[in-house]
Design a protein around this ligand. Structure first.
Ligand code: GRG
Length: 304
């Protein structure tokens, strides 16, 4: 009898808390501080990767794996890998050369707590370690599956995914002429690609059919965009106490966002539409996808 990634009887908040607890335990296990001066970079990696965040991407990896009855340990390796890449992206995004932020997840950013060079190295090491985790035999007994996961994560994180989106974002700063199509593409790459990988990882581990993969891809795509619109709304309507990061930064930077183009009300109804669409992609999985359905509603109602 295999141990499933999540308790199928749990509610979404319970499952999200379980995903966070299980992923953090595995990250604790993986990120061991060595002796010697290199300990500093591992402390910075732990500081960032284990900081309190929602762990939405690990949840998505676990809940998607659950659809295909993947064993918990396999799914957790993918969950840990995606959170490592996410943590790296936040560390680098906060650097003075990018967003120059002092606050992340309610704490000083990595370069404020340590120093800039250490934050660059910690981000680099978090990213590379994610691939080591996926390549470990614990991830899946079949090396072809591990290879497919490595390829999919590399594509989602690299220049055709998150890094590409971040490049477009940096170039678009102070360019309020960006239209809705350009912003959609930017966000699909910058945040959508990693969210899509999180869902795809479960399908890869479960050797899912092409039809199931397509359905999950559609879900992840709509969810990723709705997540970003919610993020833009929080930047306008939220508080630093709730989000754990500075708010109002998009408007202050003169950035074009979904909210600056559509306005608050239309942005919110667009996010709601996307969530309805995301949920409709899950019909194929019937009641097995209940946690993913609840996650979709959480994404647009979140306050952090
Ligand atoms: C530096 C290569 C590179 C990429 C950075 C993802 C990203 C690209 C930057 C993060 C900046 C940002 C605030 C993006 C908006 C959406 C987003 C990814 C928010 C943070 O993710 P959450 O809300 O954070 O899941 P927690 O802390 O809960 O994990």
């Amino acid at each position: 009898m295999i141990e499933l990634p999540l308790d199928p009887a749990s509610s979404f908040p319970e499952a999200l808390a379980d995903a966070a607890r299980l992923t953090d335990a595995l990250l604790e296990h993986h990120l061991v501080v060595p002796d010697g001066p290199e300990a500093r970079v591992v402390k910075a990696m732990r500081y960032s990767a284990l900081a309190p965040g929602k762990r939405l991407r690990p949840f998505l990896a676990l809940a998607s794996a659950q659809l295909f009855s993947v064993a918990r340990r396999s799914a957790l390796q993918a969950a840990a890998a995606v959170e490592l890449v996410h943590a790296y992206s936040l560390v680098h995004d906060d650097l003075p050369a990018m967003d120059n932020s002092d606050l992340r997840r309610g704490r000083p950013t990595c370069h404020k707590e340590f120093d800039e060079a250490t934050a660059v190295l910690a981000g680099d090491a978090l990213l590379t370690f994610a691939f080591e985790v996926l390549a470990q035999p614990d991830t899946h007994g079949d090396p072809a599956v591990r290879c497919e996961l490595v390829t999919a994560l590399a594509q989602a994180a690299g220049d055709r995914g998150m890094v590409g989106g971040q490049m477009i974002d940096l170039l678009a700063e102070n360019d309020p002429s960006l239209d809705i199509g350009a912003i959609t593409r930017l966000q699909r790459l910058k945040t959508g690609a990693l969210i899509a990988f999180s869902c795809e990882a479960g399908a890869i581990l479960g050797k899912a059919t092409a039809e199931a993969r397509l359905a999950l891809r559609g879900y992840a795509h709509d969810l990723g965009l709705a997540f970003q619109i919610a993020d833009d709304l929080l930047d306008v309507e939220g508080s630093a106490a709730e989000t754990g990061k500075p708010v109002g930064s998009d408007a202050a930077a003169g950035k074009a966002t979904f909210v600056s183009i559509l306005g608050v009300e239309r942005a919110r109804s667009q996010a709601e539409l996307l969530i309805d669409q995301a949920v409709s992609h899950l019909d194929l999985f019937e009641e097995k996808a209940e946690l993913l359905r609840q996650a979709a509603h959480f994404v647009i109602n979140r306050r952090a």
